[in-house]
Design a binder for this molecule. Structure first.
Ligand SMILES: Nc1nc2c(ncn2[C@@H]2O[C@H](COP(=O)(O)OP(=O)(O)OP(=O)(O)O)[C@@H](O)[C@H]2O)c(=O)[nH]1
Length: 402
């Protein structure tokens, strides 16, 4: 937001969708993301983002001009996409469950050389659990794979996907690496992959009529301009002159929005589904924090206590090997907030025995949660439970308390 040159305006000519790559470590997510931007840049639909600029680019963040650095944007003939390449496995799991990623669809990257690996399974399971309805598979590294082996991987993938309710998923053989190197055959594979995404992922219904809500991802101070808050708009719309309120964690400030941008372009109006950067007047950087939400004043309230239903992941899903008892103190991830808390088991769900005081991996249980700090809570909000760097549970808020 702090550049001296006049900014280009964002033209909302095509529907905007949010997609992301998921898949096992080293199967080529980042290479594929770079390849997509390179191939589309040659066709006028993107700015090329080289491999080493994805996930990082701290100087861009310092200049305060872009949204969360792991997002890239590109356009196909019919859509504008924001694409998130979640840096590591832990971030993926957290972003998926908390809904921070807000994916309308996902590209599952599977190496044709390695086939299905543990995180491939875990990501498919989580995607389904958090409501990602549309998946396209990029069967990557097809340049190095024996076609018969790739056929076998494809069969196994179809089984895995069907097990989690994904049917008729397009599986496109690609090579991110060869496409990046400019090999026309593999460049064409990237185009085919994006065509499959265009055809498979429908334009979602956006809640533009609801009160404005944006989970805060990043807060950046821009010299001479003020404080910029970035994140994906979950609901509603926002325009210059609107008043927004920060809710959760500490005391929330109320501020007037003096600028709205997406990917460095100015917008008249940010809408649900957009990745936005909002410039706030008269706010110091410390007054807004990741984990808060920016909301239409009075539309959201912060709570420390709430009731919820929680599914405990099995060991095979990456969860715990042992039971959980009342008084359990894991870490809770709600939207972009990461707070410690305590969980009491109040009743069985569909898995646990009636009256159970312990819950086993694989059970669904009713719980009361008390967080270390208040965050914006409402019925239906999804959250993740983590412990020692791994995800052990996925929950849904039933009702806020107090
Ligand atoms: N042969 C071949 N190698 C590839 C291809 N795509 C990626 N690789 C290689 O696979 C390795 C991992 O690629 P990355 O893009 O870093 O994988 P990633 O999934 O983003 O890894 P994480 O971000 O660590 O989860 C690198 O050495 C790439 O060069 C491909 O299409 N063909």
């Amino acid at each position: 937001m702090a550049t001296n040159t006049a900014k280009q305006a964002y033209v909302r000519a095509k529907p905007h969708l949010n997609i992301g790559t998921m898949g096992h470590v080293d199967h080529g997510k980042t290479t594929l993301t770079a390849a997509i931007t390179k191939v589309l840049s040659e066709r006028g639909g993107a700015k090329y983002v080289p491999f080493d600029r994805i996930d990082r680019a701290p100087e861009e963040a310092m200049r305060g001009i872009t949204i969360n650095i792991s997002h890239v944007e590109y356009e196909t003939a019919t859509r504008h996409y924001a694409h998130v390449d979640m840096p590591g496995h832990a971030d993926y799991v957290k972003n998926m469950i908390t809904g921070a990623a807000q994916l309308d669809g996902a590209i599952l990257v599977v190496s044709a050389l390695d086939g299905i690996m543990p995180q491939t399974r875990e990501h498919v399971l989580l995607a389904h659990r958090v409501g990602v309805e549309h998946v396209v598979v990029a069967l990557n590294k097809a340049d190095g794979a024996d076609p018969e082996l790739a056929d076998l991987v494809e069969l196994e993938l179809r089984d895995l996907l069907a097990e989690h309710g994904y049917h008729d998923v397009p599986i496109v053989r690609v090579s991110g690496l060869r496409a990046l190197e400019g090999d026309p055959e593999w460049e064409a594979s990237i185009v085919a992959l994006l065509e499959a995404v265009d055809d498979t992922v429908p334009v979602p219904v956006r809640y533009t009529d609801a009160p404005f809500l944006l989970p805060v991802e990043n807060v950046i101070s821009v010299t001479g301009r003020g404080t910029v808050v970035t994140g994906a708009i979950e609901r509603g719309t926002v325009e210059v002159g609107d008043t927004v309120q920060a809710v959760g964690i500490g005391d929330g400030v109320t501020a007037v929005v003096t600028g709205v941008e997406t990917f460095g372009k100015t917008m008249d109006r940010g809408e649900a589904g957009d990745n936005a950067a909002l410039l706030l007047r008269g706010v110091r950087r410390e007054q807004v924090r990741r984990g808060q939400v920016l909301a239409a004043p009075g539309s959201q309230t912060a709570h420390r206590r709430f009731t919820a239903r929680v599914y405990l992941l099995t060991a095979a899903e990456g969860g715990r090997h042992t039971a959980v008892v009342s008084g359990y103190r894991p870490q809770f991830f709600l939207r972009t907030a990461d707070v410690p808390g305590r969980m009491e088991l109040t009743g069985p769900g569909d898995g646990a025995e009636p009256g159970a005081v312990v819950a086993l991996p694989g059970d669904t249980v009713e719980v009361t949660v008390e967080l270390g700090r208040p965050v914006a809570i409402e019925a239906g909000l999804g959250f993740a439970i983590r412990e020692g760097g791994r995800t052990v549970g996925a929950g849904t808020v039933v009702a806020p308390l107090d």
